[in-house]
Design a protein around this ligand. Structure first.
Ligand code: BES
Ligand code: ZN
Length: 584
């Protein structure tokens, strides 16, 4: 047994999947997929094959291409809590592939099945997937690790009147209710994605558009109107976009993330569609993954900073190019404040702010913002030291060299030495490098982002806290200035101050998810019951963990409300709140 990745049963002495053919029927009545997955191997092989599964019912397994192509015996081992169940198959020699007939469970961890009432339209049910980090195995039996890449074809059957989408190229299909897809670029399993519901398409530009429920499509296309421009600036900086189209699927509010970089089709929360484009850095972020992560992938989840850290950096470069330096600096300052000053609530303290080797075996691996922040801070620091003239081509060269490959921190460091440090000696020291790469925390010599507008906000807040004088000019503040105002406010405020602020600026009930998260966090910590109805509405509507978890945690700290929080919190949130080391 030679495991490649602690989060997968895949064994690198066995055959590797080169392509997948998926045929599935979406059954909204039973909330299952009835499916058949055919894995084709890079070269004919035989012997043991271990696949990852979670909560799958396996109906039949057969070999493809071998002489004795009959049904194969298989063993579905008992499930482990994080890894799921190992599906052990013994292939006859000369097998070119394996075909597995299976059904998913209604509780499949990657799939959310929504009743019509949970959608904007209220008439049709809805299904969406979220496979990162190790959930793909709950809807496809596969080698579920970022180090194995495969292309795929899929045929998805949905009930009449519904539309299916996948993060792939659409292929014409003449049969009603049948949707076909093709992913010609090799992807890791965590980028498999599917959704079905009452979906329509609204174009943005030549290569981009929005899929959403009819109620949302127009508004979202307007919010994301700069997507084409974002693609253009990223290509200019870091090389061609290699995935064909870039569309966004705007999901119902229960989607657990802000965005997920599924190739060709980012899945996104509707909580950023607020009418003023102020939260579209989520699009910049997910688009950036088309270079960092989707193109150059971490070989194991332990090296996720290579993915999220680089992406946060590229995101900020896109934001700067499209919305200006002042906006980009505000965004960086917000992230730095949240992570370094407040410490990410999703991260156990002892893991805070480390780069490689986050040996953190968990189902929700990588759901933290510390690795990304430190990674992007490191790249910004390199950029500053070497200048953009040198650093930008270096980064572009890195994306080119490792395109469609999975690499680890050592590969990156070797590339860094060869292409940046050696040609430009004496710009950074070994000690500085080690501080970024191998020591916990943000190095003392790293400079914080400074935003002049935030200094004004900080002064206004201090004055308000001291004298009760409301912040002047706040009615014209951008989202980012409000985020700063709330982020650096005390955790607990008096009912008087909260009421005064809310009366003046109408924070309770805001449609802006980032403002809501911070406001309700203070509301909860302060037991400010006047806003509890709207807070409960927010918590029960929105599934984006980054927005609701901190509010639940604040509620959990004021014990009276904890029982209620525990009752309504979604599964992912409950498991994180109750994880050891997180609640103290
Ligand atoms: N790929 C991540 C989301 C993710 C990370 C899912 C780890 C599962 C495990 C995505 O690109 C992301 O970082 N989303 C952020 C966007 C934000 C940083 C702009 C989010 O959802 O908040
Ligand atoms: Zn990301």
């Amino acid at each position: 047994m030679a495991r490649r990745d602690p989060h997968s049963y895949a064994d690198d002495t066995q055959v590797a999947t080169e392509s997948l053919a998926l045929v599935a029927r979406v059954d909204f009545t039973q909330r299952v997929l009835h499916a058949e997955a055919t894995l084709a191997f890079a070269a004919p092989g035989g012997g043991a094959l271990d696949l990852d599964t979670r909560d799958l019912a396996i109906d039949a397994v057969e070999a493809v291409g071998a002489r004795e192509a009959a049904a194969l015996p298989f063993t579905l081992h008992p499930a482990e809590p994080i890894l799921g169940a190992r599906l052990a198959i013994e292939l006859p020699p000369g097998s070119t592939g394996v075909r597995i007939r299976y059904r998913t469970s209604p509780d499949a961890s990657a799939l959310q099945w929504l009743a019509p009432a949970q959608t904007a339209g209220g008439k049709q049910p809805f299904l969406f997937s979220q496979a990162q980090a190790i959930q793909a195995r709950s809807f496809v039996p596969i080698q579920d690790l970022p180090g194995v890449r495969f292309t795929y074809d899929a045929t998805i059957r949905v009930p009449a009147g519904m539309t299916a989408v996948m993060a792939a190229e659409r292929v014409e299909s003449s049969e009603p209710g049948v949707f076909k897809f093709r992913m010609p670029q090799p992807i890791p399993s965590y980028l498999l994605a599917i959704a079905a519901g009452d979906l329509v398409f609204e174009p943005i530009g030549e290569r981009s558009g929005v899929w959403a429920e009819p109620e949302m499509a127009r508004r979202a296309a307007t919010e994301f109107a700069d997507t084409e421009e974002m693609m253009r600036v990223t290509e200019e900086l870091f090389g061609p976009y290699r995935w064909g189209r870039y569309d966004l699927l705007v999901l119902p509010p229960s989607f657990p993330y802000g965005g997920m970089e599924n190739p060709r089709m980012t899945f996104a929360t509707p909580t950023v569609v607020i009418g003023d484009k102020s939260l579209v850095s989520v699009v910049a972020h997910e688009l950036a993954h088309s270079w960092s992560g989707n193109l150059v992938t971490q070989d194991s989840w332990d090296d996720i900073w290579l993915n999220e850290g680089f992406t946060s950096y590229v995101e900020n470069r896109i934001v700067e190019a499209v919305y200006g330096a002042e906006f980009a600096v505000m965004e960086t300052a917000i992230k730095q404040h949240a992570t370094v000053v407040k410490l990410d609530p999703l991260t156990p303290a002892e893991l805070a702010v480390e780069l490689p080797g986050l040996h953190h075996r968990s189902e929700y691996h990588g759901t933290t913002s510390t690795g990304p922040l430190k990674g992007s801070w490191f790249l910004s620091w390199l950029e500053e030291r070497f200048t953009r003239e040198v650093f930008d081509p270096f980064l572009r060269g890195y994306f080119d060299r490792f395109a469609f490959r999975s690499i680890n921190t050592d590969d990156f460091v070797a590339h860094l030495r060869e292409h940046l440090l050696e040609p430009h000696p004496d710009v950074v020291t070994e000690d500085e490098l080690a501080a970024w790469l191998y020591e916990p925390g943000i190095p003392a010599f790293a400079e914080r982002a400074v935003s002049a507008r935030f200094q004004v906000v900080d002064e206004a807040r201090d004055l308000w806290l001291r004298t009760g004088e409301l912040p002047g000019g706040a009615e014209k503040w951008t989202t980012q200035e409000w985020l700063r105002f709330l982020d650096a406010a005390p955790d607990v405020l008096s009912p008087l101050l909260l009421q005064q602020l809310d009366r003046a600026f109408g924070l309770t009930g805001t449609a802006n998810g980032e403002i809501a998260r911070r406001w309700y966090q203070i509301v909860a910590a302060s037991s400010y019951e006047a806003s509890y109805a709207e807070m409960a509405e927010f918590l029960t509507n929105v599934g984006r963990m980054k927005l609701i978890l901190p509010v639940y945690q604040a509620l959990a700290g004021t014990d009276r409300a904890f029982a209620a929080a525990d009752r309504v919190a979604p599964r992912q949130v409950r498991s994180i709140i109750s994880a050891p080391g997180l609640t103290e």
